[in-house]
Design a protein around this ligand. Structure first.
Ligand code: FE2
Ligand code: FE2
Length: 481
C-alpha cells in the first residue's frame, strides 16, 4: 500500500471511532512557507480546524567566546540508600573546582534497561578554566538541572572554524545524550532548527550527529525513545528493565527462517530495538490498566471498559511478539522484569486524563498504527512483517478506541476536552517539502524505523488522519473544537 492509502485507512478508522464515515479524504495542500503555514487550515474536515501556529524556534547557540556561567549545581544530596555509592560527601569530588556528591535517578540505558540509583560526583563550571583540556564551560548544558557543564569542544569561537561558525550542540532524549561545541561546515544537513521538520509529534532540532556509515555533521534529530502508548508518570515514560526469562515469548514458528546475512553488529542493533519495543509494549499494558480504572472512576459505559480491557490483552501479545522477534535474531530468551511505575498514583483529574488520552491514544497509538503498517510493507522478513501487521491492526483499533473515549468524555466535560484538543491542534506541524526516496532502508528490512522516512510519513499521517479526526471530535454536537 502507498503512504496515502495507509493514511486514509487510518483516518477512516479514527473517524469510525467517532461514529462518523470518512468522506472527502484528500491530501493536505503543501505549504510553501511559514506565513502560509500559520494561516492554513485543512479543508477536508467536517468542522473547521484552528490555524496551525508556528513557534519561533531558535537555532543552536553560537559560541562567540568565553562564557561566565552561574556555578551553582542543583542537586539532591545523597541519602545513603542508593544502589551504587561512588562518593560520600562533596569533599570526595575533587576532579574539578566545582563539584558535589549527588543522588542521581537511574540512567535509561536503552533497550528497556535502567541502571541503579547512584550517589556520585556531579561537576559544574563557571568559566572555561574550570574544565579539563578539550572541554569548555557551557551555561545550561546540563538540561536536567539547567546548570552549566563542561562540554567536549573542538572550537572555542568562530575564528577556529572554516565556516566562521562555532556552535553548541545539546542532544538528550533520556536514552542518549551527546553534547558538543563544534564547527558548522558546508556539509551540514541543517543550519538552524527552522530547517528541521517534526518527526512524529516530536520537534526535531539541528544538532551535531555521528552516525554509523555517515560523516559526522549537523543534522536534524528528534527524541528517539518512545513509540506507541507509553506509561507516563510525572511526565516521564517508564519501561521495565529486561530479564532473562522465556514466559514472555510468543510461540516461535519460524525460528529457522531467521535472517542470516546480518553482521553481528547489525544483529545486535536489531535485537536491542526489538527488546526495547517489547518493553514499550509491556508498559502499554500498564497504561491501559490505568486508563480502565480512570474510565470506571468517571462512570464510563461498559463497552468502553470492555474495549480497554481487550486492548490490554492485545498489548500483552504485542510485547510477547517483540520479545520473540528479538530472540529470533539471536538474542537470549528475554522478557520484562518489574515495572514499579505500574502502581504509581492514578490521576482522577479530568483535564489530566483527557490530555493523556489525546497524547498517548489519539496521537501516539495512531502514529504507532501507521508506523507498524508502513514498516510491515517494507519488511523483508516474513515473521517480522506478520507481527507488524498484527500490531498495526490492533493499534488502529486502539487509536479508534481513544477517539471513542474522547468523544464520550467531551459529552460530559465539553469545555475541558475542547481546551485539551485545541491545545493539541495548535501545536506546530511543518510538512516536509518533498518525499524522500522510498526504497526500503537496511534498517526497515528488519522492522526498524528510518528517521528521515519517518519524518516524512508521520507528517502525512498527522495532517491527513490525526488532525482531521481530532478536529471532528466536536462535530457531532455541532461545535468547533
Ligand atoms: Fe501495542
Ligand atoms: Fe496499543
Amino acid at each position: 500500500m502507498t503512504i496515502d492509502q495507509h493514511c486514509l485507512m487510518l483516518r477512516a478508522a479514527l473517524l469510525g471511532g467517532l461514529g462518523m464515515a470518512a468522506a472527502g479524504c484528500s491530501k493536505p495542500t503543501p505549504r510553501q512557507d511559514d506565513d502560509a503555514l500559520a494561516g492554513a487550515s485543512s479543508s477536508s474536515t467536517s468542522s473547521p480546524l484552528p490555524p496551525l501556529s508556528v513557534k519561533k524556534r531558535t537555532g543552536p547557540p553560537l559560541r562567540t567566546g568565553p562564557a561566565k556561567c552561574d556555578p551553582a549545581i542543583t542537586h539532591t544530596p545523597c541519602k545513603g540508600t542508593e544502589g551504587s555509592r561512588l562518593c560520600s560527601s562533596d569533599a570526595d569530588c575533587k576532579e574539578s573546582r566545582i563539584g558535589v556528591c549527588a543522588s542521581l535517578e537511574p540512567a535509561n540505558l536503552g533497550g528497556g534497561e535502567y541502571g541503579p540509583t547512584t550517589c556520585e560526583c556531579v561537576y559544574g563550571c563557571s568559566v572555561d578554566a574550570d574544565c579539563a583540556p578539550g572541554f569548555l564551560c557551557v551555561c545550561g548544558a546540563d538540561r536536567r538541572r539547567s546548570d552549566a557543564a563542561c562540554v567536549r569542544a573542538t572550537c572555542a569561537s568562530g575564528a577556529d572554524c572554516d565556516s566562521g561558525v562555532c556552535a553548541v550542540s545539546i542532544y538528550d532524549d533520556d536514552c542518549d545524550g551527546d553534547h558538543r561545541v563544534t564547527c558548522k561546515t558546508a556539509d551540514d544537513e541543517c543550519s538552524s532548527n527552522d530547517d528541521c521538520a517534526p518527526i512524529g509529534r516530536e520537534e526535531s532540532h539541528c544538532v551535531y550527529r555521528e552516525e554509523k556509515g555517515k560523516n559526522p555533521r549537523w543534522a536534524c534529530r528528534a527524541r528517539e525513545c518512545d513509540v506507541g502508548r507509553p506509561l507516563v508518570v510525572d511526565g516521564v515514560a517508564h519501561v521495565a528493565a529486561s530479564a532473562l526469562r522465556s514466559d514472555w515469548l510468543a510461540p516461535d514458528r519460524d525460528r529457522d527462517r531467521g535472517p542470516s546475512t546480518l553482521s553481528s553488529g547489525d544483529r545486535a542493533l536489531v535485537v536491542a530495538h526489538w527488546l526495547r519495543a517489547g518493553a514499550l509494549e509491556h508498559a502499554s499494558i500498564a497504561s491501559f490498566a490505568r486508563f480502565s480504572l480512570q474510565l470506571l472512576a468517571m462512570g464510563a459505559p461498559s463497552d468502553l471498559v470492555a474495549a480497554t480491557q481487550r486492548a490490554m490483552g492485545d498489548e500483552i501479545e504485542h510485547a510477547k511478539l517483540c520479545y520473540a522477534i528479538a530472540r529470533t535474531y539471536g538474542g537470549d530468551a528475554t522478557g520484562p522484569s518489574a515495572l514499579p511505575a505500574a502502581t504509581a498514583p492514578i490521576s482522577s483529574d479530568v483535564r489530566a486524563i483527557a490530555t493523556a488520552l489525546v497524547d498517548e491514544g489519539c496521537i501516539g497509538e495512531a502514529l504507532a498504527a501507521a508506523e507498524a503498517a508502513i514498516l510491515a510493507d517494507r519488511c523483508e522478513v516474513p515473521e517480522v512483517a506478520r507481527a507488524l501487521r498484527r500490531v498495526a491492526e490492533d493499534e488502529r483499533r486502539h487509536a479508534a478506541l481513544a477517539y471513542r473515549a474522547l468523544a464520550w468524555m467531551a459529552s460530559l466535560h465539553p469545555e475541558i476536552v475542547r481546551e485539551v484538543v485545541g491545545r493539541s491542534l495548535a501545536e506546530p506541524v511543518k510538512p516536509p517539502v518533498e518525499a524522500p526516496a522510498m526504497p526500503a532502508s537496511g534498517k526497515s528490512r528488519h522492522g526498524l524505523r528510518d528517521a528521515a522516512e519517518t519524518a516524512w510519513w508521520s507528517a502525512q499521517v498527522l495532517e491527513v488522519a490525526i488532525r482531521p479526526a481530532l478536529g471532528s471530535v466536536f462535530s457531532q454536537t455541532g461545535e468547533g473544537a
